[in-house]
Design a protein around this ligand. Structure first.
Ligand SMILES: Cc1cc2nc3c(=O)[nH]c(=O)nc-3n(C[C@H](O)[C@H](O)[C@H](O)COP(=O)(O)O)c2cc1C
Length: 133
């Protein structure tokens, strides 16, 4: 999608994006870290919608040189504004130990436990928040 508000951009994908997000009860955001934050494209995709995000649950998986931790914490602030409830457990993948050559995912076994713990928090919250929409 083009940048939100860009006059000449082809925003024809926005309706499909809205429909796709409206249909979900919860999400898992997977984000890399660019200059200590999330990518511009993820921010743009978040900004395109509002009510479609509201009162839903999410987990965050991040990756970067320090596990993408700073991007994940920035993302939490944005999610709050969109009324998306983000769970505590946060799998943070290191470019040095969870990827081969910083590019090919070869996650340490402990990361699978972390992902499962995160999903165990997201799924009940997603069900609970459905009751107030
Ligand atoms: C413009 C730019 C800024 C970056 N800033 C950070 C950073 O602040 N922290 C970090 O851990 N990695 C940083 N990186 C490294 C990326 O997180 C890393 O290359 C990652 O693999 C990118 O994921 P992607 O290829 O899926 O987009 C940066 C990379 C680029 C291109």
């Amino acid at each position: 999608m083009p940048l939100l508000g860009e006059k000449d951009g082809d925003a024809s994908g926005a309706a499909a994006w809205s429909e796709a997000i409206a249909a979900q009860d919860g999400f898992v955001f997977i984000t890399q870290e660019y200059n200590h934050s999330i990518s511009a494209s993820l921010k743009n995709a978040l900004d395109y919608l509002r009510v479609e995000w509201n009162n839903k649950a999410t987990g965050i998986v991040s990756y970067g040189s320090v596990g993408g931790a700073r991007a994940a914490e920035h993302l939490r602030g944005i999610l709050g504004e969109l009324l998306i409830a983000d769970v505590r457990v946060h799998p943070a993948l290191s470019l040095f130990t969870d990827f081969e050559n910083g590019a090919v995912l070869k996650a340490a076994p402990v990361q699978a436990d972390s992902v499962n713990q995160m999903l165990d928090q997201v799924i009940p919250w997603a069900g609970a928040l459905k009751t107030i929409r």
